[in-house]
Write a protein that binds this ligand. Structure first.
Ligand code: PBG
Length: 327
C-alpha cells in the first residue's frame, strides 16, 4: 500500500481547527504599555513620529491608567520628561520629580495596574547621555550611584518594578543592593539586558527629548551585529539579581529573543520600540499595510520567538482587538 501522504493543509482548512492547533497565544496579559509623563495640567501633547501616542500631564495619565487597567492591561512602563535638565540629571532622583509624582498619582487612583519605571538619566541630563559625562565620555562607575538613587526614589514613590535601561556595567547589582538596603527587597528588577544601539529609537528620542547632544550611545549600548554577546550581558544581569530580562528592540532581534529564552528560561520581555511602531503606523497611513493585522502578526511573532512579555505602544489597540476575539 502506498504511504499515506501527509497533508499539512488538512489542519488549516477550518478556522476552528486552526484555533485548536495554534501554538502561540497573544493575550492582553502579555502586554506592557509605555507612557510619557510631563509637568503641567490638562496636557495631551501628540508625538508626531508616533501617531496615537502623547505626552501626558499627570491628571491625564491618571485617566489613561484607568483606561488601560479597564482593558485588562497589566502594566504601564513609565517615562518622564523633567522641568529642567542638568549634567547629573538631578530630577531623575528628586523626590518630587515627574516620575515620582506620576507613580504616586497613578498608584493612588488605580489599584489593579502595575507601574514599572524606566530607570535612566538620558531624559534628565543636559548632554542627553545615560550617565555621568567627564572629559567627553560616559563614566560607568560614577553613574551607578546615581542610577541606584533613581531606582530607590521610584520604589519610595511606590513603583511596582524598576527597569534600568542605561546599559552601564554593574548597574543591576548596584540597584539591587540599594533597593535591599532601602527596605525594598521585594521590588523586582526588569533589566534591559540586551539593549542595542539602535536607530529604531529615533521617534522615542523625539518623544522623550533625549537625543545625545554629542556623539551617540555606542560606547554603552550593544553593537547590533552581536548575538553571543547578548547572552553574556543577560547572564551578567541574572547574576547581579535581575528578575526579568529584556531584549530591545524586538522585531529586528527575534533571533536574540529566541536564544535568550532557550538559554536561560527565565521571564523574558521584548520591547517593540518606537521605530517599529512608527514603521507600521506610517505604512498604514499611506494605505500600504493593514494596520490591525500587521500589529497582531508582529506582536504574535514576538511571543512565538520566546518573549513572555511584550512592551508595545500598540498595547491599547491590541487589547481592544483581542477582547473582541479578532485574530
Ligand atoms: C532610555 C530609553 C530609550 C528607549 C527606552 N529607554 C532610548 C535610548 O536608549 O536612546 C527607547 C524606547 C523606544 O524607542 O521605544 N535610555
Amino acid at each position: 500500500m502506498a504511504q499515506a501522504m501527509f497533508r499539512p493543509r488538512r489542519l488549516r482548512e477550518k478556522a476552528l481547527l486552526r484555533r485548536l492547533v495554534r501554538e502561540t497565544r497573544l493575550s492582553v496579559d502579555d502586554l506592557v504599555y509605555p507612557v510619557f509623563a510631563v509637568h503641567g495640567r490638562g496636557v495631551r501633547e501628540p508625538i508626531a513620529s508616533m501617531p496615537g501616542q502623547v505626552r501626558m500631564s499627570i491628571d491625564e495619565l491618571q485617566k489613561e491608567a484607568k483606561d488601560a487597567a479597564g482593558m485588562g492591561i497589566p502594566a504601564l512602563l513609565l517615562f518622564g520628561l523633567p522641568e529642567d535638565k542638568d549634567p547629573r540629571g538631578s530630577e531623575a532622583y528628586a523626590e518630587d520629580g515627574i516620575v515620582q509624582q506620576a507613580v504616586r498619582a497613578v498608584k493612588d487612583t488605580v489599584s489593579d495596574l502595575l507601574v514599572v519605571t524606566d530607570v535612566c538619566l538620558c531624559q534628565y541630563t543636559s548632554h542627553g547621555h545615560c550617565g555621568v559625562v567627564e572629559q567627553g565620555s560616559v563614566r560607568n562607575d560614577a553613574t551607578l550611584e546615581l542610577l541606584a538613587r533613581v531606582a530607590v526614589s521610584h520604589a519610595e514613590a511606590g513603583a511596582d518594578m524598576v527597569a534600568p535601561s542605561d546599559m552601564m556595567d554593574g548597574r543591576v547589582g548596584a540597584i539591587r543592593e540599594a533597593l535591599d538596603e532601602g527596605g525594598f527587597v521585594d521590588t523586582p528588577i526588569m533589566a534591559y539586558s540586551a539593549k542595542y544601539a539602535s536607530a529604531f529609537y529615533g521617534p522615542f528620542r523625539e518623544a522623550a527629548d533625549s537625543t545625545p547632544q554629542f556623539g551617540d550611545r555606542r560606547s554603552y549600548q550593544m553593537d547590533p551585529a552581536n548575538g553571543v554577546e547578548a547572552m553574556r550581558e543577560i547572564a551578567l544581569d541574572l547574576d547581579e539579581g535581575a528578575d526579568i530580562i529584556m531584549v530591545k528592540p524586538a522585531l529586528p532581534y527575534l533571533d536574540v529573543v529566541s536564544r535568550a529564552k532557550a538559554e536561560f528560561g527565565v521571564p523574558l520581555a521584548a520591547y517593540s520600540v518606537s521605530g517599529e511602531y512608527a514603521m507600521i503606523k506610517a505604512a498604514a497611513q499611506l494605505g500600504w499595510l493593514d494596520e490591525k493585522r500587521v500589529m497582531i502578526e508582529a506582536l504574535t511573532a514576538i511571543r512565538r520567538a520566546g518573549a513572555d512579555i511584550v512592551i508595545t505602544y500598540f498595547a491599547k489597540d491590541a487589547a481592544r482587538l483581542l477582547e473582541h476575539g479578532e485574530r
